[in-house]
Design a protein around this ligand. Sequence first.
Ligand SMILES: Nc1ncnc2c1ncn2[C@@H]1O[C@H](COP(=O)(O)OP(=O)(O)OP(=O)(O)O)[C@@H](O)[C@H]1O
Ligand SMILES: [Mg+2]
Length: 281
Amino acid sequence: MKGKQIGAGRTAEVREYGEGTIVKLYLEDFPAEPIRQEFKVSTYVYNQGGVSTPRPVGQVEAEGRSGIVFQQIHGRSLLSLISGQPWRLPVYARQLAALHHQLHQLEGSPEIGRHKELLERQIVAAPMLTMEEKTAVLEHLRPLPEGNRLCHGDFHPDNVLIDAEGAWIIDWMNGTSGNPAADAARSILLFSMGSMPPGSSLAARVVTGFIRQKLTKIYIREYLSLSGYSYTEIKAWILPVAAARLTEGVPAGEKENLAKEIRRRLSALRKHQISPGVHDK
Ligand SMILES: Nc1ncnc2c1ncn2[C@@H]1O[C@H](COP(=O)(O)OP(=O)(O)OP(=O)(O)O)[C@@H](O)[C@H]1O
Ligand SMILES: [Mg+2]
């Protein structure tokens, strides 16, 4: 079953598999639940229509590993397009924001899980934070509006493939039903702090510093203008999504930066509570 490898990430490798299909093969011993979730959410999104996503064909076992077979897309990721043509970044960043807004028009369903409940579980399980810090993050999360729209949960330029037909959204393992503002906050966190998976192409790794800052700025401007959200509504979710990200298999350096950012935001909140007249910028 040795098909040609066409992609690899932190959780899986992707290989050609049959006519017009690929298999996403998860690492050995990867837990079954998130794989079921990816199949469930991909199928939910595919059946809803409204955004393009590769057709999920079925779940398989191969070489002692679990996999999902999907329709093959012959395209390039937005990340590789950005790194190949950085001068076109404004166009790609606006396209990314428009796609995100488009998927947020779709309804979620409790059947795919509720985003706030997932965040709560992840914050409770987060390493590096004290009990007091976790409690403060959970208290901040509690009053935030739950929402019932489709959320991708990991929306970044490597999870969008572009071909002659248009844009395809992949990698729905973290998909839930929730508040689009929370999903946008997660993307902003990824653009500004997320590290590239080990083994990413050189092209992907040059997308750093200046390009990330510009991507973040243009994405925010475009997403706010399309969605009608204020930045304050989105910013409120950065703290809980940052704490939840600590549970993911991200490099130690990124976790340190996340923990610092979380503490900075918690202390800004505390100051704000003590003197409500003072607004953080
Ligand atoms: N349906 C598809 N058709 C063609 N190529 C695909 C398809 N699905 C995935 N790929 C390729 O494989 C790469 C990895 O796929 P995907 O993003 O689903 O997994 P991952 O990155 O390992 O997941 P995670 O982000 O959870 O670590 C993609 O960036 C893309 O290049
Ligand atoms: Mg991916």
